[in-house]
Design a binder for this molecule. Structure first.
Ligand SMILES: [Zn+2]
Length: 582
């Protein structure tokens, strides 16, 4: 909304929908919905809470966390300056406001995102605060209500912001296991990492009228596909039509609708729902060959790097990671594993060529291997959609993960993707929710999971295969919340700043090892993986065995607990003290 003149700024505003000049007080009385055309203006978190919760019931949760700039990120402005500016202009400490309250008399924990604060971006502090709200819901045994508004992950915090998708998702998973309702209300706009995690892996997904939600934004999709977008693409009604939300709700009905849903789900809830988890007795029992005496569970403190990775410029590493000669997942299935039997299909109507998966043996042990598949020639790359999985690919991976858990097979994932498929049909088929469900499922999967970033680890599409007990990374691979080109286009004048963005994002294996995103760097031959694929395979095989064997004896429940601790610490660690946390 734009004001007509400085003097009138407080009194009048212009509707973004119909351009009517509206008296601000009247607009506010109408919940910031234009009385002329019904346009829902964006709400800040404080106003949203005021509209939604019962008067007098709001209890804000602490929002102060230690300052965090984990990457020392600088683009045109240093990141701390941007934070200071956002605080000054919004009066908020961070991009989310969390509270307990009642809605229609029903107690809930709430997390309300505020788009005015750095585009509602998901950084470590936002992830930490939402996770704490979810943990509060678990403690209080109340439902969790999330009001989302976000452009996506916070680029200035690099891969650590990507990790927040897992951290919050596993908190949602804990509520799911405890039989507690989770509801997300999509408001305009909800995109990227937020869309592909807690905005869509809740029990119920409501969309406020006029909201748009998607994994990739319309501008990106238009640029990449060169296609015009369908009418109403990614709008609430479009999402409803494509089966991605439970309902579209007008703002004036939102509070009543939430109250009704809370009442209905409360009625049927058992007092203490015990969710028995079926757990395979022991993974070792299912393994064909378990001759070797197995080591103790991994101790992160005792972790040591194998080899000393050479210092190479981040942009050179990006180019190395994308080299067409670099071994692909199918190459590794041939060189590292034996007896691969590929399994196809998502059972919902498609088989995505960008994801391959199936059973194989690793030094005689049966495992489920799932990976992105690129190719060495243009024809291969096109046939595999450049390793960019569609929702069907993520659902195939999900099916194979669940199958592995049921059969007691460890899961090994090989990650090599520029990102998830940024296309119109991918969005129509629920790209965000497909990624979100994989992330959540991996946080609860009762079988060992070992992930290797072998080439490009691109954003949410990579994380959908990389929530694991151990995350390894080949020396010249990269893993990032956004491509350097994409980051440069947003934070620098143009995409030619990609090399600077690559350095700022801390996307190389040594950087990510230091940040704790990656547990171990697998050294490549002195030339590079593509110059000596056989030696690379040899080293990868050794690293896989060294990391997998200790996991095989860990009881499934403990594996899940340790995996959750691994991803829980990103928010807490980065923003400092865990004081007051459970
Ligand atoms: Zn209007």
């Amino acid at each position: 909304m734009t004001a007509t003149a400085p003097r009138q700024e407080q009194l009048w505003s212009r509707c973004a929908g119909c351009a009517s000049l509206l008296y601000r007080k009247r607009l506010r009385r109408n919940l910031d919905v234009c009385p002329e055309c019904g346009e829902h203006a964006r709400l800040g978190a404080p106003e949203r809470l005021r509209q939604l919760v019962d008067p007098g019931s709001l209890r804000l949760l602490p929002d102060r966390l230690p300052e965090a700039d984990p990457l020392d990120f600088v683009d045109a402005l240093p990141y701390p300056h941007r934070l200071t500016g956002a605080r000054a202009s919004t009066g908020l400490a961070e991009g989310v406001v969390c509270s307990t309250a009642t809605i229609g008399g029903h107690p809930v924990a709430l997390a309300v995102m505020d788009f005015r604060f750095l585009g509602g971006s998901l950084g470590c502090a936002v992830g930490e605060l939402i996770t704490r709200a979810a943990e509060r819901a678990l403690d209080d045994r109340t439902p969790l209500v999330l009001i989302t508004a976000s452009g996506g992950a916070r680029m200035q915090e690099g891969a650590l912001s990507l990790m927040q998708m897992a951290t919050v998702s596993q908190a949602i998973a804990a509520l799911r296991e405890a039989g507690l309702l989770t509801v997300s209300v999509l408001t305009d706009p909800t995109y990227g990492g937020v869309a592909a995690s807690f905005a869509t892996n809740t029990d119920l997904v409501l969309a406020e009228s006029g909201a748009r939600m998607g994994f990739a934004g319309p501008r990106v999709i238009r640029q990449i596909t060169g296609r015009a977008l369908p009418e109403g693409f990614q709008t609430a009604d479009f999402l409803l039509e494509h089966g991605q939300v439970d309902m579209v709700v007008q703002r004036r009905s939102l509070r009543g609708r939430l109250a009704a849903l809370l009442a209905a789900t409360r009625a049927g809830r058992p007092a203490r729902p015990a969710v028995p988890r079926q757990e395979p007795a022991s993974h070792r029992e299912r393994l064909a060959d378990d001759g070797a005496a197995l080591a103790q569970p991994p101790d992160p403190a005792a972790e040591k790097d194998t080899g000393t990775p050479a210092v190479r410029d981040a942009w050179d590493t990006v180019r190395m990671a994308r080299h067409p000669g670099r071994p692909t997942t199918l190459d590794y299935l041939d060189s590292v594993f034996d007896g691969f039997v590929e399994l196809h299909g998502d059972r919902l109507g498609a088989d995505c060529p960008a994801i391959v998966g199936g059973v194989a043996r690793l030094a005689g042990r049966h495992v489920m291997v799932i990976g992105h598949q690129k190719g060495h020639t243009t024809a291969e790359l096109v046939a595999r959609n450049f390793g960019m999985a569609s929702p069907a690919g993520h659902r195939k991976a999900l099916r194979l993960m669940r199958l592995a858990a049921r059969l007691g097979l460890p899961v090994v994932t090989l990650v090599d993707t520029p990102g998830a498929d940024p296309g119109v049909s991918a969005e129509e088929q629920g790209q965000a929710a497909a990624i979100a469900e994989n992330i959540l499922t991996l946080t609860v999967l009762p079988t060992p999971v070992l992930a290797v970033i072998t080439g490009e680890g691109g954003s949410g599409g990579a994380l959908a295969l990389a929530v694991a007990d151990r995350v390894l990374m080949l020396e010249n691979a990269v893993y990032s919340v956004i491509s350097p080109e994409g980051c440069a286009a947003i934070l620098w004048p143009d995409r030619s700043a990609a090399p600077q963005a690559a350095r700022a994002l801390r996307l190389t294996a040594p950087d990510l090892r230091r940040l704790g995103v990656v547990d171990e760097v697998v050294p490549e031959p002195s030339s590079a993986a593509h110059d000596d694929p056989a030696e690379t395979a040899h080293r990868l095989r050794a690293a896989l065995l060294a990391n997998l064997l200790p996991l095989l004896d860990v009881p499934p429940a403990m594996l899940v607990r340790l995996r959750r601790q691994r991803f829980r610490r990103f928010g807490a660690n980065r923003v400092g003290a865990r004081a007051g946390l459970r």
